[in-house]
Design a protein around this ligand. Structure first.
Ligand code: ZN
Length: 232
């Protein structure tokens, strides 16, 4: 298995035009993932059901209008590596491609039709520096392309207080986490419907934190989407 993977990676050096999921040749106009693998991605269809498992994560935690994910991130799934490549291996175009595909589903559903701003979960500045991009923002760009909704990256920001947690007491740590995000200009989100975007949802802690900070704006509505969902 490992040998196969090494061989595949080696071949990819010389033939980068292979589908990242099935390793077949990409046709003209295809990039990273072939049309067939894109079609067969294990969609959750959660956008059609407001009481879905992702929405339930936020029940009683943050007042969220709608929440859903694009596909299931199952153990052993061939699609798993897409997220890994997006997050850790510089393949940021995966975010755009899958985000665009996801947006094509969302724009047909009433619950996601009146979004005013797409807001990617901000990456810590140190991580951003290491990685060179924010994967959530790349997904947001794809959503923007198909949904025709503008992205806002300057309002919800990381305040950078989550560093050097280890030396703090538990109480200080809790305080620290609650200050991880902040709204620069709450008035800019007044009366708007904000769609918060991230790559994956598991416990929902980060997204809950972002949602509660955005909800500080007056008359604001918040919905949440992620590319992948895993129930762990
Ligand atoms: Zn493929």
């Amino acid at each position: 298995m490992a040998a196969t993977r090494i061989l595949t990676d080696f071949i990819r050096l010389f033939y980068p035009n292979l589908c990242m999921v099935c390793h077949n040749d990409l046709a003209e106009g295809e990039s990273v993932i072939c049309v067939s693998c894109l079609y067969n991605i294990p969609r959750t269809k959660y956008w059609l059901d407001s009481d879905n498992s992702v929405a339930k994560i936020f029940w009683g935690r943050a007042l969220v209008q709608n929440a859903c994910s694009f596909f299931f991130f199952a153990k052993g799934s061939r699609y798993r590596k897409l997220l890994h490549q997006l997050k850790y291996n510089g393949k940021k175009e995966i975010g755009f491609i899958l985000g665009k595909e996801f947006g094509n589903e969302l724009k047909r559903v009433d619950s996601y039709k009146n979004i005013d701003f797409i807001v990617p979960v901000p990456l810590h500045p140190r991580r951003f520096k290491q990685r060179g991009y924010n994967q959530a923002e790349e997904i947001a760009k794809g959503l923007q392309e198909s949904m025709g909704v503008p992205i806002s990256t300057k309002n919800l920001i990381r305040s950078g207080y989550t560093e050097t947690q280890t030396r703090k007491t538990r109480v200080q740590r809790v305080e620290n986490v609650s200050k991880a995000f902040q709204l620069e200009n709450p008035v800019d989100f007044k009366g708007k419907h904000i769609l918060i975007v991230d790559d994956i949802v598991t416990t929902g802690a980060t997204l809950e934190e972002c949602a509660s900070v955005v909800l500080e704006a007056e008359d604001v509505k918040v919905s949440i989407v992620t590319l992948a969902y895993t129930s762990l």
